[in-house]
Design a protein around this ligand. Sequence first.
Ligand SMILES: [Zn+2]
Length: 48
Amino acid sequence: MCPKCGKISNVPVPEAEVDLKTSPYRRAFGDYTKIECLDGHIFWVYYC
Ligand SMILES: [Zn+2]
């Protein structure tokens, strides 16, 4: 879900049972993927 507008985006999840955390900021560590929502907001999803 986009942290800026709340719209749900499809996120490619490498594993079925991982927790996803969205962040408007990029972190220097961890596995993450960059997502662009339908309104063009850029955010990152982290796999924990
Ligand atoms: Zn958005």
